[in-house]
Design a protein around this ligand. Structure first.
Ligand SMILES: Nc1ncnc2c1ncn2[C@@H]1O[C@H](COP(=O)(O)OP(=O)(O)OP(=O)(O)O)[C@@H](O)[C@H]1O
Ligand SMILES: O=C(O)c1ccc[n+]([C@@H]2O[C@H](COP(=O)([O-])O)[C@@H](O)[C@H]2O)c1
Length: 302
């Protein structure tokens, strides 16, 4: 079945499909979960049909090479666990406990060595994809994995193009093609010709020309799928900023209470029913965890 967690690899079974959403998750928000679940739901029917295991994982890093600070990994991991409860999503701790900065190229090399024959997919937003030429060996990620890229509304993304095209009254199919083309044009030039039309192409067996003796050359890699389905327009940065003012307010009204909540058991956090002003963007249990642990308050906010 698609979500079996046994990592044993049987060389006679169909290659497992492994998708990873890398991020800081500081904190994890509904946009992250939406992206990972979109990939999961898109691939599940194919995985089921082909009797292949499907694993979609969130891959939290110790600290992004582009960032100078991240919240304690233990807190970010706890929030990820809360956000993925009752979902088929998994959490991969490969990057989390390393000494930062952690580079994605090193992780995908490790994953490819670990799973030479599997279909590996790295998920990211277009803002990340646009900057791949500034990552360590970012243009070489596709030597090891496929990429699945989501548009990102509200971040100078395809939304402006979308509105312009709408005004032209074009049919839906053309809208989609133009959106995809607009996103493709934002990729670093060497990656633009790796874009394929459908996610199913990521799962096609490697072509005969690649099927030589090298395990790496046999791997599913080297393609990019651009998914222009909208993802909730939210960022962890915005949430941290909003939470700062909220937690500051609660800190001034109930200091004793917030101090004692630091040891609140996780069950109490999960069953906490007090209102969550961020319900659209934050899993309620994640919100209560943040409040209980005084995360993103003025003292910790950067
Ligand atoms: N709302 C979103 N829409 C599309 N992609 C997103 C969205 N939120 C995050 N991503 C993508 O998810 C990956 C992990 O993101 P990350 O954990 O850095 O979250 P973030 O919201 O971008 O955080 P921050 O604001 O701290 O940079 C990145 O590739 C990012 O582009
Ligand atoms: O490897 C790199 O050079 C690199 C540079 C910037 C970001 N990344 C990865 O991109 C993902 C999103 O990063 P960020 O900066 O949005 O938190 C996360 O998995 C980072 O490890 C990786």
């Amino acid at each position: 079945m698609p979500t079996i967690t046994n990592d044993r690899h049987d060389k006679h079974s169909a290659p497992t499909i492994r998708a990873y959403l890398g991020g800081s998750f500081d904190p994890v928000h509904s946009g992250h979960v939406q992206m990972a679940m979109t990939v999961y739901h898109c691939l599940l029917p194919i995985a089921t049909l082909q009797q292949r295991d499907l694993r979609v994982s969130l891959l939290p890093n110790a600290r992004s090479p582009f960032k100078t600070h991240s919240t304690d990994p233990a807190h970010r991991l706890a929030m990820l666990k809360l956000a993925t409860r009752n979902t088929p999503l998994q959490i991969n701790e490969l990057e989390l406990w390393q000494t930062p900065p952690v580079y994605t190229i090193d992780s995908v090399r490790t994953l490819r060595q670990r799973y030479p024959n599997d279909c590996l997919i790295f998920i990211m937003g277009i803002d990340s994809a646009r900057s791949l030429d500034q990552w360590k060996d970012g243009l070489r990620l596709t030597d090891y994995v496929n990429l699945w890229i989501f548009s990102r509304h509200g971040m100078n993304s395809v939304s402006d193009v979308y509105n312009d095209v709408r005004a032209d009254n074009l049919v839906e199919e053309n809208l989609t093609k133009q959106e995809t083309a607009a996103l493709q044009a934002q990729l670093p030039t060497p990656l633009q010709n790796l874009v394929i039309d459908a996610p199913t192409e990521l799962l096609l067996p490697p072509s005969q020309t690649l099927a030589d003796s090298s395990a790496l050359k046999n791997a599913y890699k080297g393609h990019i799928y651009i998914d222009n389905r909208p993802v909730m327009a939210i960022s962890s940065t915005e949430l941290r900023q909003q939470l700062q003012s909220t937690t500051n307010r609660s800190n001034t009204t109930a200091p004793a209470e917030t101090q004692t909540t630091f040891v609140t058991p996780i069950n109490a956090i999960i069953s906490n029913t007090t209102s969550n002003p961020f319900v659209k963007w934050l899993n309620p249990a994640v919100y209560h965890y943040i409040i209980a642990h005084q995360l993103y308050s003025a003292a910790q906010f950067r």
